[in-house]
Design a protein around this ligand. Structure first.
Ligand SMILES: NC(=O)c1ccc[n+]([C@@H]2O[C@H](COP(=O)([O-])OP(=O)(O)OC[C@H]3O[C@@H](n4cnc5c(N)ncnc54)[C@H](OP(=O)(O)O)[C@@H]3O)[C@@H](O)[C@H]2O)c1
Length: 461
């Protein structure tokens, strides 16, 4: 390997580590995150407080070019530090983890490049956040490192991008509001993607294809993808989302089915709904949050969890009437076809040769800035008298979900971990955004321009 030890090229004391090291700074999302840190947390006139941070990656020339660009674009007065290593060289990662309070990584596919960095962070008790949506890899990391990370006090927070931040923090927000208004959390939460516009990068497609390729040759990976509780701690890997729909809810026009592959009319919102392709990832993350926060694994439910009866599901919302039905059925058909094509090796290879972006490429700046997403969440529960209550919420942003908004989410996650403001009793282990950082992260994202709103909702209205 080229680098036995990652070294940096500006004066920096090993005894005072960087607040944040951005690993993968020269990639498509990495660059967006670097620009965000430079614009908001590095300039001498910043109102947000400067941070000490470094850009890191495998290619010194690319890192130096990025540093020059950042300096020019954001008029930075000081030189940023550069750390050089390689994802496949454990010694260089050891050096990077030792010099950081938080490592924020965009180096994916994570199943291919991510494990050595996790190991280094656990060894040094360094906090960590990433953008993975690769469920089978997250499960491997939980199995191998959760206990060790807990003992070392290293918080490993996966899925800090569009997958699965709006789902996980949106549900936490609904439950906080429910506790405030009704004194208890909702038993059911449903997320509906009402509108979104955005693109794909080569890195995301490489990660998606990598996951499906593993699934096509490995039964264990397939069963992890299909299991709604695959990311839960041992002892909590079953629950109400495996079962059939609650009959009582059906009578009241509410739906709480598990993963939705088909089209169906949703009476709660009066619109047709169809599948949401990221639901199998997000739903598992939200269920892990519930288990970790409520201590379900030790059979003494309490704390800030949502309870053992909690159900959660996601889908895409279309309009009412015929046009809504056509879109919902069309999306169901398209999703099934896409999954079928990508899971079939010759068809996947054909797709890869088409004009899809390569790693390092992604949507244009204009597309990122004109992108957006709008998500609704509906929660319902029952009070002591058995009467149903509802809470409704919105999570939204006026940037491309997978890139513009994702870069803000990852950057603010790293800062939330570095600042010590996370309000979680969990000081180590494989955590989720909600269980590891909680509402302080939501506040940070609101301050950064994202919308998080919740209010009481009259189910009979
Ligand atoms: N959760 C979400 O919502 C979300 C959204 C967007 C992306 N993602 C995920 O984020 C990841 C990055 O996406 P992207 O589009 O930014 O990908 P990308 O442009 O391909 O960037 C990948 C980065 O990894 C670096 N890298 C590759 N091999 C390496 C090695 N051996 N050692 C060190 N660094 C190495 C690359 O370095 P070079 O610059 O030197 O090539 C680059 O910085 C993907 O896994 C993607 O799925 C998730």
């Amino acid at each position: 390997m080229a680098h036995a030890t990652a070294h940096h090229d500006t004066a920096h004391e090993d005894t005072s580590p960087f607040d944040v090291v951005l690993w993968g700074a020269t990639g498509f999302v990495g660059r967006l995150v670097a620009e965000y840190f430079a614009e908001h947390y590095s300039r001498s006139d910043t109102s947000q407080g400067k941070i000490s941070w470094a850009i890191a990656g495998r290619n010194r020339a690319k890192l130096e070019s990025l540093r020059r660009d950042l300096k020019d674009q954001f008029s930075l007065s000081e030189d940023l530090s550069i750390l050089v290593g390689d994802a496949l060289d454990p010694e260089s990662l050891d050096s990077i983890a030792r010099q950081s309070r938080v490592v924020c990584t965009t180096v994916g596919p994570y199943a291919k490049y991510g494990t050595n960095l996790v190991e280094a962070c656990v060894a040094h008790g360094t906090d960590y956040c990433d953008l993975t949506g690769e469920v089978a890899w997250v499960r491997d990391i939980i199995d191998r490192y959760h206990e060790e990370a807990r003992e070392a006090g290293a918080r490993l927070v996966h899925c800090c991008g569009f997958d699965s931040m709006p789902s996980d923090l949106g549900t936490l927000m609904i439950q906080e509001e429910s506790r405030k208004i009704h004194g208890r959390p909702c038993e059911n939460v449903r997320l509906l993607v009402t509108d979104a516009q955005g693109g794909f990068s080569g890195g995301t497609l490489a990660s998606l294809f990598g996951t499906l390729e593993r699934a096509s040759r490995d039964d264990r990976v397939r069963s992890i993808l299909a299991d709604p509780y695959a990311l839960n701690p041992p002892g909590t890997r079953s629950g109400p989302n495996e079962g059939s729909q609650d009959e009582g809810l059906q009578d009241e026009g509410l739906q709480d089915e598990g993963f939705q592959w088909g089209a169906r009319y949703d009476q709660t919102v009066g619109a047709w709904t169809g599948p949401f392709l990221m639901a199998p990832v997000n739903e598992k993350v939200v269920r892990r949050s519930n288990a970790l926060m409520g201590d379900l694994m030790e059979d003494r439910h309490g704390g800030d969890g949502y309870g053992p009866a909690f159900r959660y599901a996601e889908s895409t919302q279309f309009g009412p009437g015929l046009s809504g039905a056509v879109k919902a059925y069309g999306t169901a058909l398209l999703s099934a076809t896409l999954v079928g094509v990508v899971a079939t090796p010759p068809l996947r290879r054909l797709l890869e040769t088409l004009a899809l972006p390569d790693p390092g490429e992604g949507p244009s700046r204009e597309a990122i800035e004109s992108g957006y997403f709008d998500i609704s969440l509906y929660g319902w529960g029952r009070d002591d008298s058995g009467t149903r209550f509802g809470v409704r919420g919105t999570v939204a942003a006026d940037r491309d979900p997978g890139y513009g908004a994702t870069a803000i989410m990852l950057a603010e996650s790293a800062l939330c971990l570095a600042s010590g403001e996370a309000n979680s009793a969990l000081q180590g282990g494989c955590l989720t955004p909600a269980s590891g950082m909680g509402m302080p992260l939501t506040q940070r994202l609101q301050d950064a321009g994202l919308t998080f709103d919740a209010e009481a909702f009259d189910l009979r209205g």
